[in-house]
Design a protein around this ligand. Structure first.
Ligand code: EPU
Length: 336
């Protein structure tokens, strides 16, 4: 383990925000992490850096979790059971699964970040959430350096939510995630309109998991900015869930409002639509802005500070609330 001092975290977060880390250490094994925890408890954990907005320099020891490795725990005729260490890149893992014909996460192609953080916000896209394939999450407690396991139900997964954002926040470092994936009879999920359209345009009638992954990659590339080109953290806000009664009122005033039914009493409204209606789509304020093709994504055109991006987010929240009376909840972790 090599301790670095006073380094910029610009290349360690997908927003590309430059803040200073006083002390920085990369950890490459479970053992190293356990050793480190014996002497250091005040840590700032960094993984793929894809779901955070850094607004200030980091005084705590920054621990870059870089534990790699994929193991096949068990295989039978129908399923493969895998355990993947936290530092594996999510999209590379998805592509590897597709090359092995392991199905279940193809709809989650091209999501930035690492495997170790996928359970925290229960990543989801195009009709699939990672909770659908996770069997177990393992970690290390910060206080007692003890290894802990969470079954799928113990993770208390919800829409962009889990126990790791709530009761377990700051208490456990996730070190590996276990998955159950299909080897045949894949449950293909093409119901999300854009996927169907993409497959039809390519004349694909009986898609493979690779076809679906390719379709998702094409759709994401057409709408979402590549963090390597323009700094961003994917959806900045959650899609708000409102009551059906509230929705009916809203619909009277804004007849074109899109929606997804959640239950008999609840409706989800796309935050991207709300932000667009509030006039922010494609707007730029210095180097901070709102993506021109998807208003749910805030972007850093180069040298925006975390505070500038956060200020823009707060302005959007205020305007959306003023127009629609709907509070927009920030999905990205704000580091203050
Ligand atoms: N819309 C607009 N204007 C916009 C963007 C969207 O009017 O600028 C409306 C359109 O009516 C569109 C609807 O919103 O039909 C939904 O848009 P989209 O299909 O792009 O999905 P989303 O609800 O905006 C969610 C996830 C994305 C995920 C997509 C696809 C959240 C917070 N975001 O976005 O996740 O890729 O669905 O499943 O749930 C992420 O979390 O980083 C992320 C990109």
């Amino acid at each position: 383990m090599n301790l670095l001092q006073n380094i910029s975290l610009k290349s360690y977060n997908t927003f590309g925000v430059s803040v200073n880390a006083k002390r920085f250490i990369a950890v490459t094994s479970f053992y190293e992490l356990q050793q480190l925890l014996k002497t250091e408890k005040e840590l700032f954990l960094l993984s793929g850096g894809s779901n955070m907005l850094l607004t200030t320099d980091i005084e705590k020891l920054v621990v870059f979790l870089n534990i790699k490795g994929i193991s096949i725990d068990k295989e039978d005729d129908n399923f493969a059971y895998l355990t993947v260490n936290a530092g594996e890149n999510w999209h590379e893992f998805v592509l590897w699964c597709i090359s092995q014909n392991y199905g279940g996460i193809e709809n989650l192609s091209l999501i930035p970040g690492n495997v170790g953080t996928c359970p925290i916000q229960n990543i989801g896209a195009y009709g699939v959430e990672v909770k659908d394939v996770i069997t177990k999450v393992e970690g290390l407690t910060i206080d007692a350096e003890k290894s802990v396991q969470f079954s799928n139900s113990a993770c208390k997964f919800g829409y962009r939510n889990s126990i790791f954002k709530n009761e377990q926040k700051g208490k456990v470092i996730l070190t590996s995630v276990s998955f159950k994936l299909t080897k045949n009879k894949h449950h293909l999920n093409t119901s999300y309109g854009a996927i169907d359209a993409e497959l039809t345009s390519k004349n694909i009638l009986e898609p493979t998991i690779k076809n679906i992954s390719d379709a998702v990659i094409a759709i994401r590339k057409s709408k979402l900015p590549d963090p390597k080109e323009i700094g961003n953290s994917g959806s900045f806000f959650k899609n708000p869930v409102i009551t059906k009664t509230q929705f009916e009122q809203l619909q009277k005033e804004f007849p074109t409002v899109p929606s997804y039914t959640i239950s008999e009493t609840e409706v989800k409204v796309p935050a991207g639509w709300l932000v667009e209606q509030a006039g922010y789509k494609g707007k730029r304020f210095g180097d901070a802005g709102v993506h021109a093709k998807q208003a749910l994504v805030l972007v850093n055109y180069g040298d925006a500070t975390g505070q500038e991006i956060y200020k823009l987010a707060q302005d959007i929240q205020k305007k959306v609330f003023k127009i629609f009376g709907i509070p927009l909840e920030i999905e990205v972790n704000i580091i203050e």
